[in-house]
Unconditional design. Structure first.
Length: 237
């Protein structure tokens, strides 16, 4: 790989990063929204490095046509093209049902920084799956008793029980690489097609023992309605 090719790859790589962060929301399939400014800055820097390399190569070729530098970079440098092809040709989707099925035992959600707010009686309380699981496993489990909640996630079949399915969502700290699957068992409702995004309204089912052991089994939700929806712009919690 010569210097001209290296510069072209840098331009393509920087352009790919800028494309998924400025003209689309594809970057949200891989990182949290707060990383957007850093990705844009990195894309600009890489793009500029590629442009500077092209300019220097062109000037060198013009000034020293008979004594051109034909040095090559190691062949492994071609691996830099893989992210470009992945972004432009494949565009890997957000983590979904496959990742959630492989998550055993049930993952612990990231603890809330502050105590959960009180739920409103007589209305449907919208919350994340992480909050629902956190409430069901914690001291605030009683706050779910008799309360209708609305959860958003994708459908995942149980690998152990044929008649059971889960509403799941991936929770990440910074990027998809550290994602963990949070799941809620949905009762009294037929499962939509696997990986379908849905909103489920229902009520928490208290476990027979009165308390769930954190990390052992998923909390249960008795569904009253299920509505199919498009994948959210931000697929992760």
């Amino acid at each position: 790989m010569n210097r001209l090719t290296q510069s072209m790859i840098l331009i393509l790589l920087g352009g790919a990063v800028l494309r998924i962060t400025t003209v689309s929301t594809t970057y949200l399939n891989y990182v949290k929204p707060g990383f957007r400014p850093f990705l844009i800055a990195a894309g600009v820097v890489v793009l500029l490095l590629g442009v500077i390399g092209l300019v220097q190569e062109w000037r060198g070729a013009t000034a020293h046509e008979d004594d051109h530098d034909h040095s090559h970079a190691p062949g492994v440098a071609w691996l830099l093209t893989l992210p470009v092809f992945a972004i432009f040709l494949i565009a890997p989707p957000a983590l979904g049902a496959f990742s959630a099925k492989a998550e055993e035992p049930q993952a612990r959600p990231v603890a809330a920084a502050e105590p959960y707010d009180a739920l409103s009686a007589g209305t449907v309380n919208e919350m994340t799956i992480g909050e629902f699981v956190g409430r069901a496993w914690g001291e605030s489990a009683d706050s779910l008793v008799g309360q209708q909640v609305r959860l958003t996630g994708f459908a995942v079949p149980s690998e152990r029980k044929r008649d059971r399915w889960y509403l799941a969502r991936i929770q990440i700290a910074c990027c998809a690489a550290d994602g963990v699957a949070l799941k809620v068992a949905v009762l009294d409702a037929d499962m939509p097609p696997e990986n379908t995004w849905v909103e489920v309204v229902g009520t928490w089912k208290r476990p027979p023992s009165g308390k769930l052991e954190p990390g052992i089994i998923a909390p249960e939700l008795t569904a009253t309605s299920i509505t199919s929806i498009p994948q959210p712009v931000e697929p992760y919690e």
